[in-house]
Design a protein. Structure first.
Length: 160
């Protein structure tokens, strides 16, 4: 069965007809071409598919597209407000070698941004807790945590 939904994705209003069983991650990738949202496990374990739904990090493989009707979604493609510049958290990952293959990176960054918006000066422990649902198969956790701490500082400075 097809369902009509309206969503705001990366600040753009979108109207779609989706299969009632389609997941949010498949809608983003297949219907909207937003392939920066990755698929690892499809079972809610790896966090590769993390996006922001109403500003909160969610695993898009575990949510039906039909259930996000009327909601706002941010993917990695829409994170920076300037299309010609990286978001401060993305910038920190580049500067502090927070990625290796990059498969987990979009999900990790979205979880990190959601945390830093609520907690501009997190401790290492708080960063580890916020990223508990995001697995890195390259196991580069030390550099990821360093990057998130730096990114949170850069976000706090950028917001004045
Ligand atoms: S693909 Fe969604 S949690 Fe792994
Ligand atoms: S950088 Fe490769 S999975 Fe995390």
């Amino acid at each position: 069965m097809k369902v009509s939904i309206q969503v705001v994705v990366n600040k753009e209003q979108v109207s779609l007809k989706v299969d009632s069983r389609m997941s949010l991650v498949d809608m983003l990738r297949e219907e909207l071409g937003l392939t920066g949202t990755h698929i690892g496990c499809r079972t809610g374990n790896c966090g590769a598919c993390t996006v922001l739904l109403a500003e909160k990090p969610v695993k898009a493989c575990c949510i039906l597209a039909a259930d996000v009707d009327g909601e706002g979604i941010t993917t990695i493609e829409g994170l920076s407000s300037d299309p010609n510049a990286l978001h401060p958290m993305q910038d920190a990952f580049v500067k502090h070698q927070g990625l290796q293959c990059g498969f987990c990176t979009p999900g990790v960054i979205l979880s990190a941004v959601a945390m830093a918006r609520n907690n501009p000066a997190p401790t290492e422990q708080e960063v580890r807790r916020a990223l508990a649902g995001n697995l890195c198969r390259c196991t580069g956790y030390q550099f990821i945590i360093k990057s998130v701490l730096a990114g949170a500082r850069e976000m706090a400075q950028a917001s004045g």
